[in-house]
Structures are given as C-alpha cells and as structure tokens.
Design a protein around this ligand. Structure first.
Ligand code: FES
Length: 236
C-alpha cells in the first residue's frame, strides 16, 4: 500500500484522571472519556444531556494556569487535560411554604441572610459551567429586582458550583430557585394553562404511566433508560 493510501491513525488525547494518565480517542466528552478509561460513574452522572447538573467537573489544560469548569456530559475532553469531578457537597437551602411566602426583599433576606455578605468578587460567575451571569442575578436579588433575577437564572441546572466556590458562603442557585418559584406562582396562578395542568394532575392523567414505571424492576427499567438516552423519548 502506498503511503498515499495509508489510513491516518485515529487521533488520541492524553487525559489525567486522579493524576493517572490515560489515552482516549479524540472527540469524546469528558464523561465518555472517563468511562473509556475504565471507570464506572456511579455518582456525578444523571441525565447525560446537560440538564441535571450532576456532572460538574473542574479541569486544567497542561501549562495553562486557568482553572476551568464544565459539565462532563457536555464538554469534550482535550489533549493534556487534568480532570477532577466535583463530589456532592451539602448546600444551604431555606425551608419555606411557596403558598404562604411572599416574594419581597424582607422574605428573601430572612430566608437567605447570607445574601448581605456578597462581596461582588464574581467567583460565582467565573465558576458557572453554563456561563450564566450569576453575580448579576445575585445583585438583582439584593436590589429586589426579582424579574431580572428570574430571567438571568432561568437556565441554571443547580450544579452548585457557584455555592461551592463562593467565599462568603452564599447559595446563589437556591436563592434564585426560590425567587423563580415565588414569582412564577404569582404570575401563573390564574392562567388557563395552569388550571388545565392542575386538572390533569388531579384527574390522574399520568397516574397509570407512573404506576407502570414503579412496578418495573431493574431489568425492566434498563431498556427504557437506554431507549430514553438514544431518543429522548420513552415508550413502555
Ligand atoms: S449528567 Fe446531567 S448535566 Fe451532565
């Protein structure tokens, strides 16, 4: 075979997991690269679709001092990447009754008094794997501008990186979640869509389907889970 016809070798990347080097095919996500390296991910993995926030990961590329943050199921591995998946950390979450709590400055500060400690350092924004403007929505909360806070935080996947790295101990994603619930409750309380959805739930529209899933054992659930992974659609 002439040199011209020799197929090029598939490119591989060197990655480091817990400090140990592995060779993986180029083009895989961090999550798939970890699995290709022989690890079974039993924690820190949920939807595999960038929605659940379970797979937050910090990484560095060799010789680059920047510490990067990303979702392992969404970010592709790179050559000379040093990977650390972030374990679960308990994060403060206030208890409140969404039906009786008003969305006011007073209730937000009462339930999340740490909000006043924000130093404006921007670590939260720099830690967000989705590049949300976390400090901007924290500032909006401080100013009582709940609509802005709601819009700026709407795509949050609750991975918790902002809270894990905040030097003042704030839990931005939980504060924003509460405000979205309270604002949403007020805005959507009397809409036709809300009334219809409530009626569907009360009439048990999805009860049979839920019971069907609950009755399945692991062997029954696995093919459904795989089908869901490949098509984002579930048929039982
Ligand atoms: S596994 Fe759900 S966001 Fe990555």
């Amino acid at each position: 075979m002439s040199e011209k016809n020799t197929p090029a070798a598939d490119p591989t990347y060197s990655i480091y997991i817990l400090g140990k080097k592995y060779e993986v095919p180029a083009g895989l996500t961090i999550m798939k690269s970890i699995e290709y390296s022989g690890y079974q991910i039993t924690r820190g993995c949920g939807c595999r679709g960038g929605v659940c926030g379970a797979c937050s990961t910090v990484y560095r590329i060799k010789d680059d001092p920047k510490l990067n943050v990303g979702l392992a199921c969404q970010v592709n591995a790179e050559d000379e990447m040093y990977i650390v998946q972030v374990p679960y950390m308990p994060i403060y979450r206030a208890k409140y009754d969404v039906n009786t709590t008003e969305c006011t400055d007073e209730s937000v500060l009462r339930l999340y008094p740490t909000l006043k400690r924000c130093m404006g350092c921007n670590t939260c924004t720099n830690s967000c794997p989705l590049d949300l403007k976390v400090l901007d929505y924290v500032s909006a909360l401080l100013q009582g501008d709940f609509d802005t806070a709601k819009h700026l935080s709407m795509e949050c996947v609750m991975c918790g990186m902002c809270a894990n790295r905040c030097p003042a101990g704030l839990a931005p994603m939980n504060m924003a979640m509460m405000v979205r619930r309270l604002v949403g409750k007020k805005a959507h309380k009397n809409t036709a869509q809300f009334a219809e959805r409530l009626k569907n739930i009360r009439d048990g529209k999805w009860t049979a389907e839920i019971q069907q899933y609950k009755a399945l054992d692991r062997a029954g659930l696995q093919p459904i889970y795989k089908q869901f992974q490949s098509s984002n659609r579930v048929d039982v």
